[in-house]
Design a binder for this molecule. Structure first.
Ligand SMILES: *[C@@H]1O[C@H](CO)[C@@H](O)[C@H](O)[C@H]1NC(C)=O
Ligand SMILES: *[C@@H]1O[C@H](CO)[C@@H](O)[C@H](O)[C@H]1NC(C)=O
Ligand SMILES: *[C@@H]1O[C@H](CO)[C@@H](O)[C@H](O)[C@H]1NC(C)=O
Ligand SMILES: *[C@@H]1O[C@H](CO)[C@@H](O)[C@H](O)[C@H]1NC(C)=O
Length: 451
């Protein structure tokens, strides 16, 4: 027991120090809004936006939101780090070539899959123009690609750049093709990352060169030209699977490598939570995992408690503080491990988020409230003492009255939290002003005394 407590304190200190010293590391912010995404690519065929999130500790993640119009092609890239993706809308095909296999998977809304670092892949959206756009949320673990000096390389590099980087002579011999073929490849402008799929239209400008590149890379042909093992992998679909927890207040599913073999050895695992109107994910914490979630439907409130300092006092400006914030569709939020949290839906809509948790393999969320509360496992007198409750029976009452576990009813809770969030902001403003006034007074007094 004692050694565990020491380890826990050590971890919190480590994370705090990393944030204080690491000026090259941007500060920890639990809320990363949709507005803060930056645009990496935007063409008629689609676009990519991205944000970086940090867990205030060791972890740093890159999120990309990739949109393909129907009948588009996300050109081949080589992954520098693992990529986990969720298909938000639409349909498409992901073709990948890894060290020991070549595969093609059809993806639909609700699918998740993992591609390992070193994999080359490209994505085609369903060609039917009446179909929905293919929208993919992808997460990349940056721990692997960030060196201690703070340099970070991109999550992937595009294949065309890698090929074109070589001298013509090298390419000509390397591919065993004519000089003209290589010229055609090298001297056309670099295509954007997302282009229309134009195999059917041979008249279109630039098509010949693209066709060349695609031929080189084995793209677009009837089958991928690779004589290695070809398996038929299947993604995991949240909407087709049975949830881990389901009751009238909502459902929640966490995917493990037993559900999706491609997750084996992954540092990240996906999960999804759907809270119906006026419910909450009961207060809980993750002993091993940091959660990075993206809101895919509706809006909700998130409350997070800083485990180091329950008063939420900010020490030296670093960011471990209690937080309460509203999230809307497209926003991302991060909850570091050991931080007790709750997510709450409003009375008028469901609140759905898809997320990725780090080190999920051994993580078992621990709940504070509800039938599965860890407090129920502790001696009542001890719990009573921890809360300065008058006696054990008051605690008994506190713990026994909630008949449900994990996902609980919580009518008007989000509304109430949002209101108190406004009050908190007001109060903080007042406190800040008060502090400034006091400082000025102190200065004045000093000046007077000096006289
Ligand atoms: C490849 O990457 C470069 C930047 O390194 C970018 O300008 C270009 O549009 C990319 N092309 C493709 C096909 O992704
Ligand atoms: C092929 O491309 C040309 C030029 O962009 C366009 O006018 C034509 O309609 C296209 N044909 C088909 C079948 O898509
Ligand atoms: C969430 O659950 C509600 C109620 O079961 C359902 O109507 C809704 O479609 C679900 N939303 C998603 C995105 O799965
Ligand atoms: C426990 O404390 C409550 C509140 O002070 C009181 O009403 C109750 O009688 C006490 N019960 C026992 C068993 O002491």
């Amino acid at each position: 027991m004692k050694s565990k407590a020491v380890v826990l304190v050590g971890v919190i200190l480590l994370c705090a120090l990393a944030t204080i010293n690491g000026e090259e590391r941007p500060g920890f912010s639990p809320l990363v809004t949709k507005e803060s995404r930056r645009t990496l690519t935007l063409t008629e065929s689609g676009g990519i936006t991205a944000v970086d999130v940090h867990d205030g500790c060791r972890g740093s993640y890159h999120l990309q939101f990739i949109t393909l119009e129907p009948g588009s092609l996300f050109l081949p890239v080589l992954l520098h780090t693992d990529m986990l993706f969720y298909v938000h809308t639409g349909r498409g095909t992901v073709t990948y070539i890894s060290e020991d296999e070549t595969d093609e998977i059809d993806v639909v809304r609700g699918d998740v899959y993992r591609l390992q670092q070193g994999t080359t892949f490209y994505v085609r959206s369903h060609p039917d123009p009446t179909r929905e756009k293919l929208r993919v949320h992808a997460i990349f673990d940056k721990t692997d690609i960030e060196d201690p000096l703070g340099f970070s390389v991109s999550a992937y590099s595009n294949l065309s750049d890698m090929v074109r980087g070589f001298d013509e002579k090298v390419l000509q011999s390397g591919f065993g093709v004519s000089e003209e073929a290589i010229r055609g490849l090298k001297w056309v402008p670099t295509p954007p990352s997302i282009v229309p799929t134009t195999h059917e239209n041979e008249t279109e400008k630039g098509n010949r060169k693209e066709g060349m590149l695609e031929a080189l890379l084995g793209v677009g042909g009837p089958t991928v030209v690779m004589n290695k093992k070809t398996t038929k992998a299947k993604p995991y679909n949240f909407f087709k699977a049975k949830p881990d927890v389901a009751n009238r207040n909502g459902w929640s599913t966490a995917v493990t490598h037993e559900d999706l073999q491609a997750l084996e050895g992954s540092n990240l695992a996906p999960f999804m939570v759907n809270l119906t109107r006026g419910s909450m994910m009961g207060p809980h914490w993750n002993p091993r995992a940091t959660e990075i979630a993206v809101v895919i439907h509706g809006q909700g409130m998130v409350q997070m408690v800083c485990p180091g300092d329950p008063s939420g006092k900010v020490d030296g400006g670093f960011a471990c503080r209690n937080a309460k914030f509203k999230v809307e569709e497209g926003d991302a939020f991060v909850v570091p491990r050991f931080h007790p949290m709750t997510q709450v839906s409003y009375n008028d809509d469901t609140f759905v988020f898809v997320g990725f948790s780090s080190m999920a393999g051994n993580n078992h969320p621990r709940f504070l409230a509800g039938k599965s509360s860890v407090l129920r496992a502790l001696d009542r007198d001890v719990v009573a003492a921890s809360f300065s409750a008058p006696n054990a029976s008051t605690i008994e009452g506190l713990l026994a009255s909630q008949g449900e576990s994990i996902i609980l009813a919580c009518t008007s809770c989000a509304e109430e939290l949002e209101r108190s969030m406004g009050e908190d902001v007001e109060r903080r403003k007042e406190e800040e002003e008060e502090r400034k006034r006091a400082e000025e007074d102190a200065k004045k007094r000093e000046v007077e005394e000096a006289r």
